[in-house]
Design a binder for this molecule. Structure first.
Ligand code: SIN
Ligand code: MN
Length: 269
């Protein structure tokens, strides 16, 4: 499979720098997606700390660090459709910092309040700069009612926007980083003030859609009010020159293995 063309890469870099997000021209192929779905189904039935539930229920909210214990997920990290985009946007070798699948079950999947991912990585882990990128893969069709990601387009350019003393909350239970009650959020009044300049946009698209989004972009998602599941997988690739300095979080949230990811030449599909 050829790497991204120079023209596509230039388009991606310029859109990403301006808007803070970019939809890749090529989706992940359906046969590869099916393998990932099958792994997700099997992992969702296992009992381990990596499997997180909606509060007070046995409904799976998210799976974490799956690349560390599932072969299909490990291969997905190396898939050219995802890795080439990550390397292209970072501009050099990357390692996998975080792997998660946020599942959002029909009628039960809960919200993600307004936040910036880099607030967690800076405060909790000591990631030196925001030289990392989220590559999101829609596992299901994502529409207005199943809890799509909403971003404030361009807001990554503002830097971290936080409630006073937000950094002091660092080091709390890691479960507060993956539940509907997040530790590091962007206050509603700040979001309101910023929407004039940075318009909210929903990232919709069919299963297989691949979208890069910036660590500092302000984003949220609502409860799933529909009968359709909205599973979204997010791989966070970090520059090998941007390794966190003091993370104490579990390895399934912050991978201690900083070996550069090698491209899979015989991709999953
Ligand atoms: C979501 O799954 O809707 C939220 C993902 C994220 O905040 O990174
Ligand atoms: Mn996030």
């Amino acid at each position: 499979m050829p790497a991204m063309s120079a023209e596509t890469l230039a388009t991606a870099r310029s859109a990403y720098a301006d808007k803070g997000w970019f939809v890749a021209p090529d989706p992940l192929r359906p046969d590869a997606l099916d393998k990932v779905r099958e792994s997700m189904r099997a992992l969702s039935g296992t009992v381990r700390p990596e499997v997180v539930y909606e509060e007070g229920t046995r409904t799976v909210r998210a799976l974490h660090g799956c690349h560390r214990y599932d072969e299909v997920c490990a291969e997905l990290v190396r898939h050219p459709t995802l890795l080439d985009l990550a390397e292209g946007l970072i501009g050099g070798p990357v390692y996998l910092y975080q792997f998660k699948v946020n599942i959002k079950s029909p009628r039960q999947g809960q919200e993600w309040p307004w936040h910036q991912d880099y607030a967690f990585w800076a405060h909790e882990d000591g990631m030196p700069t925001c030289d990392a990128v989220n590559i999101a893969l829609n596992i299901d069709d994502v529409h207005e009612a199943n809890g799509p990601l909403t971003v404030l387009t361009g807001s990554h350019r503002v830097g971290l926007v936080e409630a006073a003393g937000s950094g002091a909350k660092a080091g709390r239970d890691w479960r507060d980083h993956v539940s509907a009650k997040l530790t590091h959020t962007v206050p509603e009044e700040e979001v309101k003030a910023l929407t004039g300049t940075f318009p909210p946009e929903q990232l919709l698209g069919p299963a297989g859609t691949v979208t890069a989004f910036h660590p500092s972009i302000i984003h949220s998602s609502t409860n799933n009010t529909s009968d359709d599941r909205r599973a979204m997988l997010v791989l966070t690739y970090n520059s090998v020159t941007n390794v966190p300095t003091h993370s104490t979080r579990p390895a399934f949230l912050v991978d201690p293995d900083t070996t550069p990811v090698q491209r899979l030449e015989n991709a999953l599909a």
